[in-house]
Ligand binder design. Structure first.
Ligand code: KG4
Ligand code: ZN
Length: 371
């Protein structure tokens, strides 16, 4: 990671975090106390769902324009909520990747401008590192923990052993889990975002009616694949003449059950590896798909079976938010790590690279389109 190294800081740090890598424009002010306690002073999130709904998915160009239109207002409101001036902040952090590049540029450039105008340090934050640390916003959780990150852009299993200490056990080789929910919703004519619509339709469906594939689940390793599942949903849908509301519910329920089984099967394998490596037993789920009650219940059952504790942070911190970016920024600042203002935005930025640069022994890796 391109961070400059300065002496570690011991006082409380108050940081503004900006997030604009997908379809949420978010800003938050977070205070990290010397004992590790985290205080969210203000936290604003503006979703773009309505702008993307007619297209059944996030349109990058529209996303970038919407971020540019409102990010200044979101930041102004966040600062007002926190009753602080920019000059009272110890730093400003912004998502610098991975994500949709137009949106990332909006947040990053705004963060750099605030840094320059207020004469405070800038910290470039990896969006995935924000998610990895997000459970700490709501709970005093000790490292290490196993994180299942399931969102519209990412599906990965990683150990989080401390700041900059991340190891990926597996990630999707094609679609993210949330993307599979969104595409399924589009195929069977439910709205966007698809996850909540599929979950709702599935409530009255028969999850055993359609048999759907679980790609990779029976092979060794913890990687995920969801594109075959989506294609199978499409085939079943095309084979139905004049599909009824019940057909729709049954297909939604069968898809949801299969997606949940895939997530649990790979998570179970990662739990074994994690336990062997760390002798620890905490599973955390984050990302928008963690809102799904069927998936949450299945993960709870899995954790109980394996003797793991299971933590699902409040949804506000599971989905994209500015607080997780502010927290990651504050943790880097505390270690004396800041970013130069010529740092570039990165559409792809695997989390393992941060581990590799901060801990050369851990090695680097890159796989999957969303890494
Ligand atoms: O974390 P998030 O807000 O944004 C990123 O993608 O980073 O996640 C959004 C994703 C969407 O794909 C949405 O369909 C999915 O999370 N999602 C759900 C549910 N609520 C949101 N998926 C399944 N069940 C849900 N209840
Ligand atoms: Zn995200």
């Amino acid at each position: 990671m391109d961070l400059d190294h300065n002496p570690p800081v011991t006082q409380a740090l108050t940081v503004l975090g900006l997030e604009s890598s997908c379809d949420e424009t978010a800003a938050a002010v977070v205070r990290l106390h010397p004992d590790g306690q985290v205080q969210v002073l203000s936290d604003r999130i503006q979703s773009q769902d309505a702008a993307h709904a007619p297209f059944g998915g996030v349109v990058p160009e529209i996303a970038a324009r919407q971020h540019a239109d409102i990010i200044d207002q979101i930041i102004a409101q966040t600062m007002q909520d926190s009753q602080l001036q920019f000059s009272q902040l110890d730093g400003v952090a912004a998502t610098t990747g991975p994500g949709l590049i137009g949106g990332v540029l909006v947040g990053m450039m705004t963060g750099k401008a605030i840094s320059l105008a207020a004469n405070i340090p800038f910290v470039a934050v990896n969006h995935l590192e924000g998610h990895a640390l997000s459970p700490l916003l709501a709970a005093d959780l000790p490292f290490p923990y196993l994180l299942l990150l399931v969102s519209g852009g990412h599906t990965q299993l990683l150990s989080v052993a401390g700041l900059g200490q991340y190891h990926r056990y597996g990630s999707t080789i094609d679609d993210a889990a949330g993307e599979a929910f969104d595409k399924t919703a589009k195929i069977i004519g439910l709205g966007f975002p698809g996850g909540p619509a599929v979950e709702q339709a599935a409530k009255t469906g028969d999850e055993t009616r359609f048999s759907l594939p679980q790609p990779l689940a029976r092979r060794p390793g913890c990687d995920f694949s969801f594109s075959g599942l989506k294609s199978a949903v499409q085939r079943h849908w095309q084979q139905l003449d004049a599909p009824t509301a019940q057909d729709k519910s049954d297909l939604a329920a069968s898809f949801q059950r299969t997606a949940s089984d895939i997530l649990c099967r790979q998570t179970a394998k990662a739990m074994q590896l994690f336990r062997q490596q760390f002798g620890a037993t905490t599973l955390v789920v984050a990302g928008g798909v963690a809102a799904n009650q069927i998936i949450r219940q299945a993960l709870q059952v899995l954790a109980d079976e394996q003797g793991f504790g299971f933590i699902a942070p409040p949804l506000r911190y599971c989905t994209d938010n500015g607080a997780m970016i502010a927290l990651a920024g504050a943790k880097h600042l505390r270690q004396g790590q800041t970013s130069a203002l010529n740092i570039a935005a990165r559409p792809r930025w695997p989390l393992d690279e941060i581990s590799a640069s901060l801990n050369p022994a851990s090695g680097a890796g890159k796989k999957g389109p969303k890494s």
